[in-house]
Each structure stands twice: as structure tokens, then as C-alpha cells.
Design a protein around this ligand. Structure first.
Ligand SMILES: O=P(O)(O)OC[C@H]1O[C@](O)(COP(=O)(O)O)[C@@H](O)[C@@H]1O
Ligand SMILES: [Mg+2]
Ligand SMILES: [Mg+2]
Length: 361
């Protein structure tokens, strides 16, 4: 097997760096360390129950109130260990760590912050369905970069638009690494023979239109009227106002939904709902919505809270949850329009007056 004519992640990053002659190479180093953590995780995930012996005890409850799975804990450790020593980071934050993670004083500090969801799709770990890791890279405030003060939660509360780079790894039938450094989206596939991520798609574009939506319909009774209207119209298909049939998907790993949508279009909704008024959404802004949103927007798609672009939201907390809608531009914009229309027009049509009713000719 040769690398002839094939571009590895390392080579791709070197080419990207040429666009910034003054660049120090620290960002490239950091992204390569993250990709190494993902390679290590891909190996463990692919071993499934055979890896049980190397998994830590779990069962602690994280700040989300979720019981941590052994692989949640191990993947978090792998991300921290792979990145803390490099000198590229001033600090880290993760779904699985209540507070920001400091760089040990024995290691040099860098100018970036890493925020990550080490294992996404935890409910799918034991049932052999695709899971992933999601990451977001921000600049550290100058007073923290280098040998400054310890990082604080406030340092991470930057809008998604401030991200320097973001992406995810998906551990499915193949392992892929998806990356944006603000110049389009590239997809790398892990070549197990070489142990290298090799470029298999660049400047990926999300189709503007789609006939595929993804939402957890078991929450339907908690949806707000604009979402209910949108889903009802998709379900009405050709017989309704959309005049076309829609198909539905739900994998319960947002990283896998994002990858499907990146590859063939679609729209994903985990909207704000009334299920738990204290929880304005299921997914987390800093390490799920923002990195996936950056990838979507860089690929010509849209990412929204349902009401506004998600990358414009100023975070208030490290583990803040938010309603999230992303994917094909025209669908996301339609959903936003429904949220901005006066309530009356967003109400789902009363069955009596629906298209197939006694009172319509
Ligand atoms: O179980 P639900 O309500 O369908 O939620 C599924 C969602 O929860 C998540 O698993 C949450 O992420 P984690 O697994 O990282 O906690 C998403 O990947 C997925 O979209
Ligand atoms: Mg997640
Ligand atoms: Mg997770």
C-alpha cells in the first residue's frame, strides 16, 4: 500500500498553514494530537466487548446528571493525556469534566483552548451503533496563554463564531475524521494499514434542499408549535403543503446524524421543548452545537437554535444546553421562518380544515 497521490492529514495541514506564513504550526500540532486521540479511541471502540478489560470503573454522575459509561471516562482520559503535554494548550473543557482542566505546571502552556465531547452517542456504545468524538478549538485569552494564570470557565464562554477550528471523528464501519479550519470542510478516512488519516473528500458541500429529517419523535408532545408544524408538514408529504414526501432518520448519535447530513443533506432537529423547562434543549452549546455548527456552515449548510444562528450565541455556562437545528440551508431557514411567524400561522392546521377533510373540495 503506498501513499502515492494520497494526502494525509499531516500534509493537508501543512498546505493549509501555507495560507498563513506567520503561523507557528501550533494549531497543526494540536489537531494532529487530537487525531491521535481519535485513532486510539477508534481502536478501542472497534474492539467492543473485547476491550472490556481495559475499561475503567464507571458509574459516576457527571454535571449533566448522566451516569458516565466506562468508555465516556476512558475517552475523556485519552483526550486529556494526548493533549495536555504538547505546549499548544492553555486549558481544556469536556462534557465529562465538571470544571475546566488545567495544564499541569510541569508542562508548557500554549495559546489555544480545547473543548470536547470525548464520546458522543453514549447510548449506542453497547449496541454497536456509530459513535464519535467532537472537538472545538478556541483562542485562549492573552493573559492565560503561555505561562499566565489558570484557565477559568469564563475563558471558554466564546461564541461559536470565534472558533479557530472544529470537527469530529466518527467510529462507524470506517473511522473518519472531519475537520474545518475555516476554509471549507475536509473528510479523512483512517487507513488501518498505514495508521494514517487520508483525505477522501475536500470542500464538502451540504445540499441546500433535502427530503430527509431527523428528530426524536418520542418528544413530540413537548415540541413548540413551529417545530410541530414543520414535522407535521414533512409527515403530510405530498398530500400536504410541502408537496413532496420526506423520509425520517434517528440514530441517537448526533455526530452520526451530522455526518450523514454532510454526505447527502438532510435536517436535524433537537429543538428546545417543554419537557423540562429548566433544560432549554438536550445538546450542549460548547462541545456539540458549536463545533457541528461550524462544520455545517463551512459546508454551505446552516446551524440554528431554531430562532437564530447558533454560532452567534454568547455562551453563559460551560455545560449550557441549547435547542439545535442544522443541515440543508433551505430547510433550516424554513424552520427559522416558522419560529419568527406570528403564533397563529405556526399552529398546525386543525384536523377539521386539513387538506383531506369534509369541508375542502
Ligand atoms: O436519547 P435521545 O433523546 O434520542 O438523545 C440522543 C442524543 O443524545 C446524545 O447521545 C448526547 O450526546 P452524548 O452521548 O455525548 O451525551 C446525542 O449524540 C444524541 O443526538
Ligand atoms: Mg454528545
Ligand atoms: Mg458524550
Amino acid at each position: 500500500m503506498t501513499l502515492q497521490g494520497r494526502i494525509t492529514l499531516t500534509r493537508y495541514l501543512i498546505e493549509e498553514r501555507r495560507r498563513f506564513p506567520k503561523a507557528s504550526g501550533e494549531l497543526n500540532g494540536l489537531i494532529l494530537d487530537i487525531s491521535l486521540a481519535c485513532k486510539a479511541l477508534a481502536r478501542i471502540v472497534s474492539r467492543g466487548p473485547l476491550a472490556a478489560a481495559m475499561l475503567p470503573q464507571a458509574g459516576a454522575v457527571n454535571i449533566q446528571g448522566e451516569v458516565q459509561k466506562p468508555l465516556d471516562v476512558l475517552s475523556n482520559d485519552i483526550f486529556v493525556r494526548m493533549n495536555e503535554w504538547s505546549g499548544h494548550l492553555a486549558g481544556m473543557a469536556s462534557e465529562e469534566m465538571d470544571a475546566p482542566c488545567q495544564i499541569p505546571p510541569s508542562f508548557p502552556r500554549g495559546k489555544y483552548l480545547l473543548v470536547f465531547d470525548p464520546l458522543d452517542g453514549s447510548s449506542n456504545i453497547d449496541v454497536n451503533v456509530a459513535v464519535g468524538s467532537i472537538f472545538s478549538i478556541l483562542r485562549a485569552p492573552p493573559e492565560v496563554a503561555g505561562s499566565g494564570r489558570d484557565v477559568e470557565e469564563a475563558d471558554f464562554l466564546q461564541p461559536g463564531a470565534a472558533q479557530v477550528a472544529a470537527g469530529y471523528a466518527i467510529y462507524g464501519p470506517t473511522t473518519q475524521f472531519v475537520l474545518t479550519v475555516g476554509n471549507g470542510v475536509a473528510v479523512f478516512t483512517l487507513d488501518h494499514d498505514l495508521g494514517e488519516f487520508v483525505l477522501t473528500a475536500s470542500n464538502v458541500q451540504v445540499p441546500e434542499d433535502t427530503h430527509e429529517f431527523a428528530i426524536n419523535t418520542s418528544n413530540a408532545r413537548f415540541w413548540e408549535p413551529p417545530v410541530k408544524r414543520y414535522v407535521d408538514e414533512c409527515l403530510a408529504g405530498k398530500t400536504g403543503g410541502r408537496g413532496k414526501d420526506f423520509n425520517m432518520r434517528w440514530i441517537a448519535s448526533v455526530v452520526a446524524e451530522a455526518h450523514r447530513i454532510l454526505m447527502r443533506g438532510g435536517v436535524f432537529l433537537y429543538p428546545r421543548d417543554t419537557k423540562d423547562p429548566a433544560r432549554p434543549g438536550r445538546l450542549r452549546l460548547l462541545y456539540e452545537a458549536n463545533p457541528l455548527g461550524f462544520v455545517m456552515e463551512q459546508a454551505g449548510g446552516r446551524a440554528s437554535t431554531g430562532r437564530q444562528p447558533v454560532l452567534g450565541v454568547r455562551p453563559a455556562e460551560l455545560h449550557q444546553r441549547i435547542g439545535l437545528v442544522f443541515g440543508s440551508k433551505n430547510e433550516v431557514e424554513r424552520i427559522e421562518r416558522y419560529h419568527h411567524e406570528p403564533a397563529a400561522s405556526t399552529a398546525a392546521p386543525a384536523p377539521l380544515f386539513a387538506t383531506r377533510s369534509l369541508f375542502r373540495d
